[in-house]
Ligand binder design. Structure first.
Ligand SMILES: [Zn+2]
Length: 355
Protein backbone atom coordinates (compact mmCIF):
# COMPACT_ATOMS: atom_id res chain seq x y z
CA UNK A 1 0.00 0.00 0.00
CA UNK A 2 2.83 2.36 0.87
CA UNK A 3 4.74 1.91 -2.39
CA UNK A 4 1.56 1.73 -4.43
CA UNK A 5 0.33 5.11 -3.19
CA UNK A 6 3.81 6.60 -3.56
CA UNK A 7 3.96 5.60 -7.25
CA UNK A 8 0.44 6.82 -7.81
CA UNK A 9 1.24 10.20 -6.28
CA UNK A 10 4.35 10.75 -8.42
CA UNK A 11 2.36 10.01 -11.53
CA UNK A 12 -0.94 11.79 -10.83
CA UNK A 13 0.05 14.37 -8.20
CA UNK A 14 -2.86 13.33 -6.03
CA UNK A 15 -3.72 10.68 -3.49
CA UNK A 16 -4.90 7.31 -4.62
CA UNK A 17 -8.44 6.66 -3.42
CA UNK A 18 -8.99 4.12 -0.68
CA UNK A 19 -11.30 2.05 -2.87
CA UNK A 20 -8.70 1.95 -5.65
CA UNK A 21 -6.09 0.61 -3.23
CA UNK A 22 -8.48 -2.14 -2.23
CA UNK A 23 -9.29 -2.99 -5.85
CA UNK A 24 -5.63 -3.28 -6.85
CA UNK A 25 -4.62 -5.31 -3.81
CA UNK A 26 -7.61 -7.65 -3.76
CA UNK A 27 -6.63 -11.26 -4.37
CA UNK A 28 -2.90 -10.50 -4.39
CA UNK A 29 -2.23 -11.67 -0.86
CA UNK A 30 -3.34 -14.59 1.25
CA UNK A 31 -5.48 -12.43 3.46
CA UNK A 32 -9.18 -12.21 4.12
CA UNK A 33 -10.80 -9.38 2.12
CA UNK A 34 -12.04 -7.90 5.39
CA UNK A 35 -8.48 -7.86 6.67
CA UNK A 36 -7.26 -6.00 3.59
CA UNK A 37 -10.11 -3.57 4.03
CA UNK A 38 -9.17 -3.04 7.68
CA UNK A 39 -5.52 -2.38 6.79
CA UNK A 40 -6.38 0.08 4.02
CA UNK A 41 -8.83 1.80 6.38
CA UNK A 42 -5.99 2.18 8.84
CA UNK A 43 -3.64 3.46 6.13
CA UNK A 44 -6.23 6.01 4.95
CA UNK A 45 -6.94 7.20 8.51
CA UNK A 46 -3.22 7.51 9.09
CA UNK A 47 -2.51 9.72 6.06
CA UNK A 48 -5.52 11.92 6.92
CA UNK A 49 -4.21 12.45 10.47
CA UNK A 50 -0.74 13.31 9.16
CA UNK A 51 -2.24 15.74 6.64
CA UNK A 52 -4.15 17.50 9.43
CA UNK A 53 -1.00 17.72 11.54
CA UNK A 54 1.03 19.14 8.67
CA UNK A 55 -1.65 21.73 7.96
CA UNK A 56 -1.27 22.83 11.57
CA UNK A 57 2.43 23.36 10.96
CA UNK A 58 3.85 20.16 12.41
CA UNK A 59 6.56 19.45 9.84
CA UNK A 60 7.89 16.50 11.83
CA UNK A 61 4.76 14.46 11.10
CA UNK A 62 5.63 12.05 8.30
CA UNK A 63 3.39 10.16 5.91
CA UNK A 64 3.78 6.39 5.98
CA UNK A 65 6.85 5.72 3.85
CA UNK A 66 8.65 2.73 5.33
CA UNK A 67 7.87 -0.74 4.11
CA UNK A 68 7.48 -3.06 7.04
CA UNK A 69 8.42 -6.70 7.30
CA UNK A 70 5.41 -7.39 9.41
CA UNK A 71 2.21 -5.50 9.78
CA UNK A 72 -0.53 -5.96 12.35
CA UNK A 73 -3.17 -8.31 10.93
CA UNK A 74 -6.58 -7.13 12.09
CA UNK A 75 -9.65 -9.38 12.03
CA UNK A 76 -13.18 -8.05 12.05
CA UNK A 77 -15.98 -9.93 13.78
CA UNK A 78 -17.03 -11.70 10.57
CA UNK A 79 -13.53 -13.21 10.18
CA UNK A 80 -13.62 -14.63 13.72
CA UNK A 81 -15.34 -18.00 14.04
CA UNK A 82 -15.36 -21.11 16.20
CA UNK A 83 -14.16 -24.53 15.02
CA UNK A 84 -15.59 -27.98 15.80
CA UNK A 85 -13.60 -28.20 19.04
CA UNK A 86 -15.10 -24.92 20.21
CA UNK A 87 -11.86 -22.98 19.72
CA UNK A 88 -11.16 -19.79 17.82
CA UNK A 89 -10.80 -19.98 14.05
CA UNK A 90 -9.62 -16.86 12.26
CA UNK A 91 -10.13 -16.51 8.50
CA UNK A 92 -6.96 -15.48 6.68
CA UNK A 93 -8.20 -15.83 3.10
CA UNK A 94 -10.44 -18.19 1.15
CA UNK A 95 -9.98 -21.65 2.63
CA UNK A 96 -7.06 -20.64 4.90
CA UNK A 97 -7.61 -20.47 8.61
CA UNK A 98 -5.66 -19.88 11.73
CA UNK A 99 -6.95 -22.26 14.37
CA UNK A 100 -6.08 -21.59 17.98
CA UNK A 101 -6.25 -23.93 20.97
CA UNK A 102 -8.48 -21.73 23.10
CA UNK A 103 -11.67 -19.72 22.90
CA UNK A 104 -12.69 -16.29 24.17
CA UNK A 105 -16.33 -15.71 25.00
CA UNK A 106 -17.93 -12.69 23.34
CA UNK A 107 -14.84 -11.78 21.33
CA UNK A 108 -15.32 -8.65 19.21
CA UNK A 109 -12.06 -7.94 17.39
CA UNK A 110 -8.67 -9.60 17.13
CA UNK A 111 -5.23 -8.57 15.87
CA UNK A 112 -2.06 -10.52 15.33
CA UNK A 113 0.86 -8.40 16.42
CA UNK A 114 4.58 -9.01 16.09
CA UNK A 115 6.62 -8.21 19.18
CA UNK A 116 9.58 -10.53 18.90
CA UNK A 117 7.01 -13.28 18.60
CA UNK A 118 3.41 -13.42 17.43
CA UNK A 119 0.76 -12.19 19.85
CA UNK A 120 -2.99 -12.18 19.66
CA UNK A 121 -4.52 -8.96 20.93
CA UNK A 122 -8.27 -9.06 21.32
CA UNK A 123 -11.24 -7.15 22.64
CA UNK A 124 -14.32 -8.76 24.12
CA UNK A 125 -17.57 -7.72 25.72
CA UNK A 126 -17.42 -8.46 29.44
CA UNK A 127 -21.21 -8.02 29.74
CA UNK A 128 -20.88 -5.82 32.82
CA UNK A 129 -23.41 -2.98 32.86
CA UNK A 130 -23.31 -0.31 35.57
CA UNK A 131 -21.45 -2.26 38.27
CA UNK A 132 -22.03 -1.04 41.84
CA UNK A 133 -19.58 -1.36 44.73
CA UNK A 134 -20.48 -3.40 47.83
CA UNK A 135 -19.98 -0.80 50.56
CA UNK A 136 -18.83 2.69 51.50
CA UNK A 137 -15.25 2.09 52.61
CA UNK A 138 -12.28 3.89 51.10
CA UNK A 139 -8.65 2.87 50.65
CA UNK A 140 -5.41 4.84 50.30
CA UNK A 141 -2.60 3.50 48.10
CA UNK A 142 1.10 4.20 48.04
CA UNK A 143 2.90 2.81 44.99
CA UNK A 144 6.57 2.03 45.44
CA UNK A 145 9.64 0.14 44.31
CA UNK A 146 10.10 -2.11 47.37
CA UNK A 147 6.41 -2.82 47.75
CA UNK A 148 4.52 -2.18 44.54
CA UNK A 149 1.32 -1.59 46.47
CA UNK A 150 0.93 -0.51 50.10
CA UNK A 151 -2.69 0.16 50.99
CA UNK A 152 -4.86 0.83 54.01
CA UNK A 153 -8.61 1.23 54.35
CA UNK A 154 -10.42 3.78 56.51
CA UNK A 155 -11.08 0.86 58.90
CA UNK A 156 -7.36 0.21 59.26
CA UNK A 157 -7.14 -3.00 57.25
CA UNK A 158 -3.93 -2.98 55.24
CA UNK A 159 -2.51 -4.94 52.33
CA UNK A 160 1.12 -4.78 51.26
CA UNK A 161 2.19 -6.49 48.04
CA UNK A 162 5.87 -7.11 47.57
CA UNK A 163 7.73 -6.08 44.41
CA UNK A 164 10.65 -8.45 44.96
CA UNK A 165 9.97 -10.23 41.66
CA UNK A 166 9.76 -6.93 39.81
CA UNK A 167 13.12 -5.86 41.18
CA UNK A 168 14.80 -9.12 40.29
CA UNK A 169 13.40 -9.05 36.74
CA UNK A 170 14.81 -5.55 36.29
CA UNK A 171 18.10 -6.53 37.88
CA UNK A 172 18.45 -9.42 35.43
CA UNK A 173 17.60 -7.13 32.50
CA UNK A 174 20.12 -4.49 33.56
CA UNK A 175 22.83 -7.09 33.99
CA UNK A 176 22.19 -8.46 30.50
CA UNK A 177 22.05 -4.97 28.98
CA UNK A 178 25.39 -4.11 30.54
CA UNK A 179 26.94 -7.34 29.23
CA UNK A 180 25.54 -6.72 25.73
CA UNK A 181 26.66 -3.11 25.44
CA UNK A 182 30.14 -4.11 26.58
CA UNK A 183 30.28 -6.74 23.83
CA UNK A 184 28.69 -4.36 21.31
CA UNK A 185 31.34 -1.71 21.88
CA UNK A 186 33.99 -4.20 20.70
CA UNK A 187 32.03 -5.24 17.60
CA UNK A 188 32.18 -3.86 14.09
CA UNK A 189 28.94 -2.10 13.23
CA UNK A 190 26.81 -4.23 10.92
CA UNK A 191 28.79 -7.42 11.48
CA UNK A 192 27.12 -10.73 12.12
CA UNK A 193 28.04 -10.63 15.79
CA UNK A 194 26.70 -7.08 16.05
CA UNK A 195 23.33 -8.12 14.62
CA UNK A 196 23.21 -11.19 16.86
CA UNK A 197 23.75 -9.05 19.96
CA UNK A 198 21.05 -6.58 18.95
CA UNK A 199 18.63 -9.43 18.47
CA UNK A 200 19.48 -10.77 21.91
CA UNK A 201 18.87 -7.35 23.41
CA UNK A 202 15.44 -7.17 21.78
CA UNK A 203 14.56 -10.64 23.00
CA UNK A 204 15.51 -9.72 26.55
CA UNK A 205 13.56 -6.49 26.40
CA UNK A 206 10.41 -8.21 25.17
CA UNK A 207 10.67 -11.13 27.59
CA UNK A 208 11.32 -9.03 30.68
CA UNK A 209 8.64 -6.55 29.63
CA UNK A 210 6.11 -9.36 29.31
CA UNK A 211 7.14 -10.70 32.72
CA UNK A 212 6.63 -7.25 34.27
CA UNK A 213 3.26 -6.78 32.56
CA UNK A 214 2.13 -10.17 33.87
CA UNK A 215 3.44 -9.39 37.34
CA UNK A 216 1.63 -6.04 37.56
CA UNK A 217 -1.59 -7.58 36.30
CA UNK A 218 -1.39 -10.18 39.08
CA UNK A 219 -0.48 -7.54 41.63
CA UNK A 220 -3.36 -5.22 40.77
CA UNK A 221 -5.78 -8.17 40.55
CA UNK A 222 -4.86 -9.15 44.13
CA UNK A 223 -5.35 -5.56 45.23
CA UNK A 224 -8.76 -5.20 43.56
CA UNK A 225 -9.91 -8.49 45.12
CA UNK A 226 -8.87 -7.04 48.47
CA UNK A 227 -10.90 -3.86 47.76
CA UNK A 228 -13.99 -5.94 46.97
CA UNK A 229 -13.51 -8.00 50.17
CA UNK A 230 -13.18 -4.82 52.22
CA UNK A 231 -16.27 -3.29 50.60
CA UNK A 232 -14.40 -0.35 49.13
CA UNK A 233 -16.16 2.16 46.86
CA UNK A 234 -13.25 4.57 46.35
CA UNK A 235 -9.51 4.17 45.84
CA UNK A 236 -7.26 7.17 46.56
CA UNK A 237 -3.94 7.06 44.74
CA UNK A 238 -0.88 9.22 45.27
CA UNK A 239 -0.15 11.19 42.11
CA UNK A 240 3.57 11.33 41.43
CA UNK A 241 3.28 13.24 38.15
CA UNK A 242 6.43 15.23 37.49
CA UNK A 243 8.45 14.20 40.52
CA UNK A 244 10.71 11.69 38.89
CA UNK A 245 13.03 13.64 36.67
CA UNK A 246 16.52 12.37 37.14
CA UNK A 247 18.68 15.32 36.29
CA UNK A 248 22.35 14.96 37.11
CA UNK A 249 22.07 17.23 40.12
CA UNK A 250 19.47 14.96 41.59
CA UNK A 251 21.47 11.82 40.97
CA UNK A 252 22.85 11.94 44.50
CA UNK A 253 19.33 11.56 45.76
CA UNK A 254 19.00 8.26 43.98
CA UNK A 255 19.60 6.19 47.07
CA UNK A 256 16.62 7.83 48.71
CA UNK A 257 14.69 7.91 45.48
CA UNK A 258 14.93 4.14 45.19
CA UNK A 259 11.73 4.11 47.22
CA UNK A 260 9.94 5.49 44.19
CA UNK A 261 8.97 3.56 41.13
CA UNK A 262 9.66 4.88 37.66
CA UNK A 263 7.16 7.06 35.86
CA UNK A 264 6.45 4.33 33.35
CA UNK A 265 5.72 1.64 35.92
CA UNK A 266 3.63 4.05 37.93
CA UNK A 267 1.53 4.80 34.85
CA UNK A 268 1.17 1.13 34.08
CA UNK A 269 0.05 0.10 37.58
CA UNK A 270 -2.27 3.10 37.78
CA UNK A 271 -3.93 2.16 34.47
CA UNK A 272 -4.34 -1.46 35.55
CA UNK A 273 -5.92 -0.40 38.86
CA UNK A 274 -8.22 2.05 37.03
CA UNK A 275 -9.74 -0.39 34.57
CA UNK A 276 -9.93 -3.26 37.06
CA UNK A 277 -11.67 -0.94 39.57
CA UNK A 278 -14.10 0.22 36.90
CA UNK A 279 -15.24 -3.37 36.38
CA UNK A 280 -16.32 -3.40 40.03
CA UNK A 281 -17.82 0.09 40.04
CA UNK A 282 -15.06 1.42 42.29
CA UNK A 283 -13.93 5.01 41.74
CA UNK A 284 -10.28 6.02 41.55
CA UNK A 285 -9.18 9.46 42.77
CA UNK A 286 -5.74 11.04 42.62
CA UNK A 287 -4.19 13.30 45.26
CA UNK A 288 -0.80 15.03 45.43
CA UNK A 289 1.78 13.04 47.33
CA UNK A 290 3.53 15.94 49.10
CA UNK A 291 4.95 14.92 52.49
CA UNK A 292 2.63 11.93 52.70
CA UNK A 293 5.54 9.63 53.51
CA UNK A 294 6.93 11.94 56.22
CA UNK A 295 3.97 13.10 58.28
CA UNK A 296 3.18 11.24 61.50
CA UNK A 297 -0.46 10.05 61.44
CA UNK A 298 -0.74 10.61 65.21
CA UNK A 299 0.89 13.97 65.95
CA UNK A 300 1.33 15.38 62.39
CA UNK A 301 5.03 16.12 62.94
CA UNK A 302 7.19 15.73 59.84
CA UNK A 303 10.35 13.68 59.70
CA UNK A 304 12.01 11.40 57.20
CA UNK A 305 11.80 7.73 58.05
CA UNK A 306 14.88 5.55 57.85
CA UNK A 307 14.51 1.83 57.34
CA UNK A 308 11.28 -0.07 56.94
CA UNK A 309 9.54 1.15 60.09
CA UNK A 310 8.23 4.64 60.64
CA UNK A 311 8.76 5.65 64.24
CA UNK A 312 7.94 9.09 65.56
CA UNK A 313 9.24 10.94 68.61
CA UNK A 314 5.68 10.78 69.98
CA UNK A 315 6.07 7.01 70.20
CA UNK A 316 3.92 6.13 67.21
CA UNK A 317 5.27 3.22 65.14
CA UNK A 318 4.05 1.47 62.02
CA UNK A 319 5.14 0.22 58.59
CA UNK A 320 6.58 3.16 56.64
CA UNK A 321 4.69 2.56 53.38
CA UNK A 322 1.43 2.27 55.30
CA UNK A 323 2.07 5.75 56.73
CA UNK A 324 2.22 7.00 53.14
CA UNK A 325 -0.99 5.20 52.18
CA UNK A 326 -2.86 6.44 55.27
CA UNK A 327 -1.78 10.04 54.65
CA UNK A 328 -2.77 9.82 50.99
CA UNK A 329 -6.22 8.58 52.04
CA UNK A 330 -6.52 11.42 54.54
CA UNK A 331 -5.64 14.09 52.00
CA UNK A 332 -9.02 13.31 50.50
CA UNK A 333 -10.95 12.37 53.65
CA UNK A 334 -10.37 13.12 57.32
CA UNK A 335 -10.54 9.98 59.42
CA UNK A 336 -9.66 9.44 63.06
CA UNK A 337 -6.60 7.27 63.51
CA UNK A 338 -7.46 3.61 64.09
CA UNK A 339 -5.37 0.53 64.90
CA UNK A 340 -3.86 -1.04 61.81
CA UNK A 341 -3.97 -4.69 60.88
CA UNK A 342 -1.62 -5.33 57.97
CA UNK A 343 -1.38 -8.31 55.66
CA UNK A 344 1.70 -9.01 53.51
CA UNK A 345 1.40 -10.79 50.19
CA UNK A 346 3.48 -11.93 47.24
CA UNK A 347 1.84 -11.25 43.87
CA UNK A 348 2.61 -14.71 42.43
CA UNK A 349 5.10 -17.51 42.83
CA UNK A 350 6.98 -16.45 39.77
CA UNK A 351 10.45 -17.73 39.06
CA UNK A 352 12.62 -15.33 37.11
CA UNK A 353 13.82 -17.34 34.19
CA UNK A 354 17.13 -16.93 32.49
CA UNK A 355 16.78 -16.88 28.73
ZN1 LIG B 1 4.15 11.42 65.99
Amino acid sequence: MVSLSKEYYFEHKQWIKKNDIQKIIKGKYNLHSQTIQAISDKFDANRKTISELRKKGNTKAKYPYKTKKFYIIPFKASAININAKGNLKLSMSKGRYLELDFNIENIKTAEIVWRNGYYLYYTFDDGIINPTPQGNNTVGVDLGEIHSIASITNEGIGLIISNREGRSIKQFRNKMYAYISKRLSRCKKGSRQYKRLWKLKNTIRTKTDNQLINLYHQTTRKFINFCVEQQVCEIVLGDIKGIEKNTKKKKRLNRINRQKISQMEYGRIKDYIKYKAKEKGIEVKLVKENYTSQTCPKCSKKHKPTGRTYSCTCGYKTHRDIVGAWNILNKKHKYNLVNFSINHKQPINLKVSTI
